[in-house]
Write a protein that binds this ligand. Structure first.
Ligand code: GLY
Length: 401
């Protein structure tokens, strides 16, 4: 009997050990091998740009060529910030020199007021530069937060994402469209309050996050892409999609933006409701019957021809990065193990490009917008950015930084 109890005790100890095992769930050398690959691929990318004598900003590949974008494009912050991450991942100061050059080339984005993405654009680029010691970028963050604040609509308590006076947005009958992606712009505002001491940015961010919980999420914790508010009384006029399959479907990148955005909102406010929102939104993903065995979502969880639908590696990379951060707060092993699984898949030959291919982008198989017929099954600069951010977060977690 005594022996049995002893054996049982050992077994219990073994399972406790397994459950608390802080070891990485990826192969030894995973981080280093991915850093080496990224350094080689990003060097090819930047060498090609430098040889042109211009400061170009690569977004994707179209018709077999790298597509460069102007600084007003919502993705213009990602390439400069990829270089900040390359500097951080490798310690090679060449990347810092490039990072400064490509970041400072988009300086005037801080005055952009005609769409909400100024938050993404400036926080990723100048925000990372500031974090890595470029004190003079303070002013850029604060000016960008001022510009973004012009889009706050007090009657609805939200930031308006898109203008509705021209383009395809003008054809949808919206008054004040707010997209789930807008949660990603709040980090800039939290940062601006910390830097300026002006609490108004923080308060606007909290108002936006609260309204997003109230109006963007369904009872199963999937989210709508677009919520359209009345500018007369702040009521909700429409719950729609723009980039998803249907109004009532779950667009994959939207789910990822929500998980990431609420994780940041929790980090900045310590309000447990934001942590719960991120956790429940992630539970929706992993419990969905269409979440694939390789953990890289189809572009929409409700796309009609699954499994013949394109994947969206960008959604997977955004989620992986968010999950590493989420692992700092509660149930760390659970979220880190999920992030590791996604990263293992993304860095496999199924998603990671061969050196010198894929327009020198890192990841293949992302989707921009299927309803607009744009960027289907292509590399995207933001897939690469969040992949590198996830890699850095994994590295730091494992080195206990
Ligand atoms: N923020 C635009 C997109 O996710 O496509």
């Amino acid at each position: 009997m005594k022996i049995k109890i002893y054996q049982f005790g050992l077994l219990a100890l073994f399972f406790t050990f397994i459950a608390c095992d802080p070891a990485p769930k990826t192969k030894p050398g995973f981080v280093e091998e991915n850093i080496q690959f990224a350094a080689a691929q990003e060097k090819l990318q930047v060498d090609a740009i430098e040889q042109s004598g211009k400061v170009l900003n690569p977004r994707t590949v179209a018709n077999g060529k790298v597509k460069y974008i102007p600084m007003e494009d919502w993705t213009s912050g990602f390439y400069p910030s990829t270089m900040w991450y390359m500097f951080e991942l490798t310690g090679d100061s060449t990347w810092k020199t490039y990072a400064r050059k490509y970041t400072e080339a988009i300086d005037s984005v801080k005055y952009l007021t005609w769409h909400h993405d100024v938050g993404f654009m400036i926080q990723c680029s100048f925000g990372n530069g500031l974090r890595l010691g470029e004190e003079r970028y303070n002013e850029v963050i604060i000016q960008a937060a001022k510009s973004l604040s012009t889009r706050f609509r007090p009657v609805a308590g939200v930031f308006q994402s898109w203008n509705v006076d021209k383009g395809w947005q003008s054809e949808r009958g919206w008054e004040c469209p707010v997209i789930i992606d807008n949660m990603m712009n709040l980090e800039l505002l939290f940062n601006a309050t910390r830097l300026s001491g002006d609490s108004s940015y923080y308060k606007l961010a909290v108002s936006h996050a609260d309204q997003t919980i109230k109006n963007h999420y369904r009872p199963d914790y999937s989210c709508y892409h677009v919520v359209d508010y009345s500018l007369a009384d702040g009521s909700v006029r429409n719950k729609h999609t723009a980039q998803g399959y249907a109004h009532e479907s779950a667009w994959a990148r939207g789910q990822a933006w929500g998980i990431y955005g609420f994780t940041v909102a929790y980090r900045e406010t310590h309000d447990p409701k934001y942590l719960q929102q991120a956790q429940k939104a992630f539970n929706f993903v992993i419990n969905h019957k269409n979440f694939p065995a390789d953990f890289v979502p189809y572009w929409d969880f409700d796309a009609p021809k699954i499994p013949e639908e394109p994947r969206d590696a960008s959604a997977a990379a955004i989620m992986a990065s968010a999950l590493y951060e989420l692992s700092n707060f509660e149930n760390g092993e659970f979220y880190k193990a999920w992030a590791d699984k996604i990263m293992t898949s993304l860095s496999s030959p199924a998603y990671r490009a061969k050196p010198g291919e894929n327009g020198n982008f890192l990841l293949m198989h992302s989707v921009g917008s299927i309803p607009h017929g744009a960027e289907i099954d292509v590399p995207l600069n933001y897939a690469d950015y969040y992949f590198l951010e996830a890699l850095l977060r994994k590295k730091n977690l494992e080195e206990k930084k």
